[in-house]
Design a protein around this ligand. Structure first.
Ligand SMILES: [Zn+2]
Length: 263
């Protein structure tokens, strides 16, 4: 029952994240203006904006001009719903067995915020090649009080992890003259280090570079001629590596240590 509720809340948040994804890179106001069809500019009614449901009922087309709607909308809503459930299951499981404590609620809310930010970064970078400061900066700001009150003993670790990741990406940014990495990736890496701490940040970056290299190779082979000059954004890989590490970091570290030190 709780799972269904969390999923529905997640899809509703996802529908708001869609607005952020499309408006932040264009510098449009988030709260001003109603949602409208990009093609015929008709305002959408509330019943056109029910997460997932409206998309299915309209079979993915605008009610007025029947232009196919972007698949990004239901994908973002579904992804947010699923990730919210995962946060609840992975981080809330140990909470449900015990007395509910206020700090556990704060942890849950903190991760809902961070996951939402990462989803927006994933899709703005994928669609527009932009990682908005308006997402990364507030996430960094909420991380400080969270770490201070919940993980006081680890705060130095997380700060150094953020700083270390930042310097590492700054170095990559400078030696590639901004062609391999954008400065958005550099700022994002500070947030990721702050959230994950060491050694998890190393695991996340390793996964990011590995999946980035694999996907990059597949894309080059797949459409070999057209790739020249096209930049593959790295933000989505950083987000993917971070999400995987948030949920399965302990298990991945076990496996990696097993490879490094086989007994
Ligand atoms: Zn339309």
């Amino acid at each position: 029952m709780e799972i269904i509720f969390i999923f529905l809340v997640g899809t509703a948040i996802g529908s708001f994240l869609n607005v952020l994804v499309d408006r932040l890179p264009r510098g449009e106001g988030v709260f001003g203006g109603r949602s409208h069809c990009d093609k015929c500019k008709k305002d959408l009614a509330w019943y056109d904006l029910i997460p997932l449901f409206s998309f299915l009922i309209l079979r993915g087309k605008c009610r007025y001009c029947h232009t196919p709607l972007s698949l990004y909308y239901p994908v973002v809503e579904l992804t947010t719903g699923i990730l919210f459930v995962l946060v609840f299951v992975f981080l809330g499981a140990r909470i449900m067995n015990q007395e509910l404590r206020i700090l556990d609620y704060i942890t849950l809310v903190y991760y809902f915020i961070i996951i939402s930010s990462l989803i927006v970064v994933f899709f703005t970078d994928l669609k527009y090649g932009i990682i908005p400061d308006a997402i990364v900066a507030p996430s960094i700001f909420v991380s400080f009080p969270y770490l201070f009150f919940n993980h006081y003993s680890l705060i130095l670790n997380h700060l150094l992890s953020g700083g270390g990741a930042f310097l590492f990406f700054l170095f990559l940014f400078l030696i590639t003259k901004g062609r391999g990495m954008g400065f958005g990736d550099v700022k994002l890496s500070f947030l990721l280090g702050l959230v994950l701490g060491f050694p998890k940040i190393a695991v996340a970056l390793y996964i990011s570079f590995l999946t980035g290299a694999i996907v990059g190779c597949i894309l080059i082979i797949w459409k070999r001629k057209r790739l020249h000059g096209t930049k593959i954004p790295f933000g989505p890989f950083l987000v993917f590596g971070t999400l995987l590490t948030i949920f399965l970091g302990e298990q991945i570290m076990q496996i990696m240590l097993g490879f490094l030190f086989p007994i």
